[in-house]
Design a protein around this ligand. Structure first.
Ligand SMILES: C[S@@+](CC[C@H](N)C(=O)[O-])C[C@H]1O[C@@H](n2cnc3c(N)ncnc32)[C@H](O)[C@@H]1O
Length: 455
C-alpha cells in the first residue's frame, strides 16, 4: 500500500524501534469482524445457528472474527438483525463505556451506528440512548441500523453538538464521543482515508474534537462518565486532545482502562506536558492485536455541576390514531406496548423511558416506530416487526434461511400461503424479518422497498 510520505516520516519518528513492525501490517490482510445481537439471540444459539466459521474477539464478549471469503452482509440473518458487521478494534470502545439498563446515554457522533447498537444492546432496551449524527444522510443510515437491531429505546437526532447542549445540559449519565478524525487507523480498510490524509487535516480535526468535547462536557451529569475515541494514530487527535480537555476543566478525572489482550497505554511522551496519567488511556495498534488502530480515553466528571432543567415528553396522540392502533394491537399482537405514545402527524411512536421533550429538535426516530394510521386502518412499521418475538403476535410465517421463499420475501415478492389471516410476522428460522398481509391465500409483501437488496 502506498502511504503518504509525510505520514510515514511522522510515524517512523514517533515509533522508532517499533516502526518496522507497525509498517509490516500494511502488507497483511485486515481482520473482519461481526458482533452478535444479544437483544435477539444468546451466544450459544448464535454459534449453533450461524453458517460461518467464527473465532472470538478477545476484548469484546459479543464480537467474532470471520474469514475474508464469507459474505455475512448478504445473509438473511443480517436482515433479521442477528449481528452487526464491525471492525474488531472498534468493538472495544463500547466495552469501555459499558452503560447499564435504565441509564441515560448520549452517542454524540453516532453514524452509521456500530457503537450505538452495541451500547443499546448492553442497556437491554431500558433507559434512553440519544444517538446523534450531524449529517442528514448518515443519520438515516444510523436510524436504519438501529431499526434492524430491534432497538426501541433510541432517540435518533440530526443536530450539531451546540444545538444539543441547549436541550440536554447536565442530562446524561454516560456519553460517547467517537470523534470525527483523520482515520489513520483505517488505512487498510478505507483507501479514501489514505488519499485525503494531510497533516493540516490532522490539526483541523484536533480543533474540531476539542470543541465537540467541550459541548459533551456540558451535557454530562455530575458523576457522569465520558468515553472519547478515535480511529487514528496522531498524538494531536489523541493524547493531546485529552490533555487539553483535562487542562480546560478542573473537575475531570481520567479513569484507567485495563490493558489486556495486546491493548497498550497512551504515550506520555506524546503529550505537550509529559502528562503521566495519560497512560490510563488505551491504544489499539494493528501490530499488537488483531484489528485496526484506535485510541480510547475514559473520563469522569466529578462536579459540582448544574442538573438538567428540562421537561419530559408528554403523550400527544389524537384519539382516532390511538383507536386504530388499539384495534391493530387487539387483532394482531399478543402483547401491549406500555410506553408513552407520541405522534408525528399520522405516524405513531412508543417513546423510550425518560424521554425529554422533543420540541425544537430534528428527530429522525423517536423510540419505536409503531406504525402509521391510514384512512381507517393501521399499518405496522418495519421497526415494530424487528422488535418483536414470534410469540408476541397471533400469526407468523416462518421461512427457512436457505429456502427460495425466504429470498422471495426479501426481494419483495408475494407468497402463496393459502389462508386469510391478515397481518403476519414473517420470520427466518424464528427471527423476525418483516410484515406481510395475508388475504385470500396470498401474502402481500411489506418488506420495505429500500431494503430489498436481493432483487
Ligand atoms: C468516527 S465516525 C462515528 C462512527 C460511529 N460512532 C460508529 O461506531 O459507527 C464520526 C462521526 O462524527 C460525525 N461528525 C462530523 N463532524 C461532526 C461534528 N462537528 N459534530 C458531531 N459529529 C460530527 C461524522 O459525520 C461521523 O459520522
Amino acid at each position: 500500500m502506498k502511504l503518504p510520505s509525510e505520514f510515514v516520516a511522522k510515524m517512523e519518528k514517533l515509533l522508532q524501534d517499533e516502526a518496522s513492525r507497525f509498517f509490516s501490517t500494511y502488507d497483511e490482510e485486515k481482520a473482519n469482524g461481526l458482533r452478535f445481537n444479544p437483544l435477539k439471540i444468546d451466544r450459544e444459539t448464535f454459534l449453533a445457528l450461524i453458517p460461518f466459521a467464527l473465532s472470538p474477539v478477545p476484548f469484546c464478549p459479543t464480537g467474532f472474527y470471520y474469514d475474508a471469503d464469507e459474505q455475512p452482509g448478504k445473509h438473511p440473518y443480517h436482515a433479521a438483525g442477528l449481528y452487526y458487521i464491525q471492525e474488531p478494534s472498534a468493538m472495544f470502545v463500547a466495552e469501555v463505556l459499558k452503560p447499564n439498563p435504565g441509564e441515560t446515554v448520549l452517542d454524540l457522533c453516532a453514524a452509521p451506528g456500530g457503537k450505538t447498537t452495541q451500547l443499546a444492546a448492553m442497556m437491554k432496551n431500558q433507559g434512553l440512548i440519544v444517538a446523534n449524527e450531524i449529517h442528514p444522510k448518515r443519520a438515516r443510515a444510523l436510524s436504519e441500523n438501529i431499526e434492524r437491531f430491534g432497538i426501541t429505546n433510541a432517540l435518533v437526532t440530526n443536530e450539531t453538538p451546540e444545538k444539543l447542549v441547549k436541550h440536554f445540559q447536565g442530562f446524561f449519565d454516560k456519553i460517547l464521543v467517537d470523534a470525527p478524525c483523520s482515520g489513520e487507523g483505517m488505512f487498510r480498510k478505507d483507501k479514501k482515508a489514505v488519499r485525503f490524509w494531510s497533516q493540516a487535516d490532522v490539526e483541523q480535526y484536533a480543533d474540531k474534537q476539542r470543541y465537540i468535547l467541550d459541548y459533551a462536557y456540558d451535557m454530562l451529569k455530575e458523576g457522569g462518565v465520558l468515553v472519547y475515541s478515535t480511529c487514528t494514530f496522531s498524538p494531536e487527535e489523541n493524547e493531546q486532545t485529552i490533555e487539553a480537555f483535562l487542562q480546560t476543566h478542573d473537575d475531570l478525572e481520567l479513569l484507567s482502562i485495563e490493558k489486556i489482550h495486546g491493548i497498550q497505554p497512551g504515550r506520555r511522551e506524546w503529550t505537550n506536558t509529559g502528562l503521566a496519567e495519560i497512560e490510563r488511556t488505551a491504544r489499539l495498534w494493528p501490530h499488537c492485536l488483531k484489528g485496526e488502530g484506535h485510541f480510547v480515553a475514559k473520563i469522569k466528571k466529578t462536579g459540582p455541576a448544574p442538573s438538567w432543567k428540562g421537561s419530559y415528553a408528554k403523550p400527544n396522540v389524537p384519539k382516532q390514531i390511538l383507536r386504530e392502533y388499539l384495534q391493530f394491537e387487539q387483532d394482531v399482537l399478543q402483547i401491549a406496548l406500555e410506553k408513552t405514545m407520541y405522534a408525528f402527524q399520522h405516524h405513531l411512536f412508543a417513546l423510550p423511558d425518560h424521554c425529554p421533550s422533543l420540541d425544537g429538535l430534528k428527530i429522525v426516530r423517536a423510540g419505536l416506530h409503531v406504525g402509521e394510521a391510514k384512512k381507517q386502518r393501521f399499518v405496522p412499521n418495519h421497526a415494530l416487526a424487528l422488535s418483536l418475538k414470534p410469540q408476541d403476535v397471533r400469526y407468523s410465517l416462518d421461512l427457512s434461511s436457505d429456502s427460495g421463499e425466504c429470498f422471495k420475501y426479501l426481494r419483495g415478492e408475494t407468497l402463496l400461503t393459502g389462508e386469510d389471516r391478515g397481518w403476519l410476522l414473517v420470520t427466518v428460522d424464528g427471527y423476525p424479518l418483516g410484515w406481510g398481509k395475508e388475504v385470500k391465500g396470498i401474502l402481500k409483501n411489506f418488506y420495505p422497498k429500500g431494503l430489498r437488496m436481493y432483487a
